[in-house]
Design a protein around this ligand. Structure first.
Ligand SMILES: C[S@@+](CC[C@H](N)C(=O)[O-])C[C@H]1O[C@@H](n2cnc3c(N)ncnc32)[C@H](O)[C@@H]1O
Length: 247
């Protein structure tokens, strides 16, 4: 099986011996293709594409990610008990961006340690963070201002039989009221800092997992939230933090 990410305008024609298993649209408008066939057929396919349209190409098992708990995220097929099937359909949260991976890593580890609770996924996109939390038994509100993202999150919850645990909500911070046991927010620095007081108020005695900023912005986050992080992880310059407000 082969995974290719192509620029949005790349024209694709499949040579004999190669079949398209799955296609998805990523947050950037780029396309993710999963193909099946012999290495020679895949090489012929790549050769037929203008080089500038190929973002990445590699062999794959179809698995997008494996988390510390052993939970697997894949992009097609049926979800097993320890699996999530995730479709992006143009919403942010395909699993290919470092801030999604970092948030997932901290969230999965947190749930391993603390067990499930009631959580808010602030800026849910595809709902990937809610899906992982719900698979571990948490009840989640998946909030996004983008109506298409809310629809994608709803579909992903249904595909994974997690709809009873995930409540998708369209709107911004004004649409939710705490308290939550935890909030996971993979947003942007331009929101995380000015909205710190409101976000912090959603977890009076809980945990915040924040991402969507570069590591050098960490002092601004610490200053805005008034707490040293218990965990900091980073990848490709991006960072995610876990802040605990438990007494
Ligand atoms: C960086 S994406 C994160 C998606 C997903 N949670 C992930 O970790 O990959 C940020 C998401 O926040 C949403 N968003 C932006 N501003 C928001 C706001 N004020 N309230 C709620 N959602 C917002 C965007 O529509 C987008 O889907």
């Amino acid at each position: 099986m082969w995974q290719v990410v192509l620029e949005a305008d790349a024209e694709v024609s499949l040579p004999a011996g190669l079949s398209l298993l799955f296609e998805d649209q990523l947050e950037t408008g780029r396309r993710l293709l999963l193909l099946d066939g012999a290495p020679e057929a895949f090489a012929r396919f790549l050769k037929g594409l203008p080089a500038e349209t190929v973002v990445s190409a590699r062999k794959t098992t179809g698995e997008l990610m494996r988390l510390p708990s052993g939970l697997r995220i894949k992009c097609f097929g049926k979800p097993g008990p320890q699996e999530i099937v995730l479709k992006a359909r143009g919403a942010f949260g395909s699993g290919l961006h470092p801030t999604t991976r970092l948030s997932l890593h901290l969230l999965d580890r947190f749930l391993l340690e603390e067990g499930p609770g009631f959580g808010l996924d602030l800026g849910a996109g595809t709902g990937v963070l809610s899906l992982v939390a719900a698979r571990r038994g948490a009840r989640m509100v998946a909030l996004d201002i983008d109506l298409q993202a809310v629809q994608v999150a709803r579909e992903n919850a249904l595909t994974n039989s997690l709809a009873p645990l995930i409540h998708p909500v369209a709107g911004g911070l004004e649409a939710v009221k705490g308290p939550f046991d935890f909030v996971v927010a993979n947003l942007y620095l331009r929101l995380l800092v000015p909205e710190a007081r409101k976000i912090r108020a959603l977890v009076p005695r809980g945990t915040l997992i924040l991402s969507g900023f570069f590591r050098e912005a960490l002092p601004q986050i610490v200053n805005a939230y008034g707490r040293e992080p218990q965990h900091v992880v980073s990848e490709e310059g991006w960072a995610a933090v876990l802040l605990r407000f438990t007494p």
